[in-house]
Design a protein around this ligand. Sequence first.
Ligand SMILES: NC(=O)c1ccc[n+]([C@@H]2O[C@H](COP(=O)([O-])OP(=O)(O)OC[C@H]3O[C@@H](n4cnc5c(N)ncnc54)[C@H](OP(=O)(O)O)[C@@H]3O)[C@@H](O)[C@H]2O)c1
Length: 282
Amino acid sequence: MNKKKNIVITGATGGVGSMMAKGLSKDFHSICLGRNKEKLEALVKDIQTEGGTASYETADMSKAEEVAEAGDRIVSSVGAIHAWINNVGVNNHNAIGPTWELEPENWWTEVALNLNTAFIGTRTAINVMKQQSKGYIINLGGGGVQDPKPYGSAYGAAKSGVVKFSETVNIELEKEGLAIKVFAFNPGFIRNERTEVLVESKVGRKYMPYLEETMKHGAMSKIEDTNNLIKTLISGKADALAGKYFQADDKNIEEAIENSDVFISERRNVLRVRNIETRKRL
Ligand SMILES: NC(=O)c1ccc[n+]([C@@H]2O[C@H](COP(=O)([O-])OP(=O)(O)OC[C@H]3O[C@@H](n4cnc5c(N)ncnc54)[C@H](OP(=O)(O)O)[C@@H]3O)[C@@H](O)[C@H]2O)c1
């Protein structure tokens, strides 16, 4: 058994997931969860060559039983899971465009792959972490949460769902007296194979031209900001802010921790309709 704390990263076979697995692997043991064994083996080898520690498990994140079994295997091999990051998310080209022109099946597949995978991962993580003294679950949000994402209604609806889901589960855990904290965050716009293909695609250029503009001339987000945010969220310093949503490249987590009273009383970093009063239930 290694002495580092263990972090599970879902969808680690590419993009942001593999970047997080690499970036966190010096301070933590990265457990790369994915459905492609060859890619996972190559990633773990890369991490080890660069001086980090990592291992992998396979599961399709849309299949609850497979994920629960992977959770059990992880616990048997490494002992405990300190943090679980639900990174799986997709932005399929067939779910981009005017909502009324999209095929219902494509729209729903997009929602499920972004929202249901976060539920399935969270469910397994909680069932594992209940046996431990503490744990952290972090869900990936994205565009369409802070502001609407026109022509990406499935992705935006799913990511907004992920954020509300995270806040809700965090309250349930508090009510049950379980020392598991749930956060959500947006990594920002990060260059990888998927985002490069999207900006140059027909639908990307037609419906989200600002993405190409940003990739060519704007400021892209950095994976270091994501990894620094994750490290702070799972350090225990931000526990009072659990349930909230952060934007990695805002780099305001330390400020939020210092002013957590204000963040909580003003209900900052949560999804709310602010001009409708919430009815208190007895
Ligand atoms: N990149 C950005 O700019 C950006 C911005 C905001 C939010 N995000 C969020 O960050 C996360 C990662 O995005 P990304 O850009 O890195 O996407 P990506 O490059 O497409 O990577 C997605 C990963 O999810 C995996 N995956 C998809 N369905 C899966 C399933 N059913 N079971 C297991 N693994 C599955 C893919 O694995 P395979 O190799 O098996 O296909 C891949 O490793 C997503 O939640 C995304 O919404 C990204």
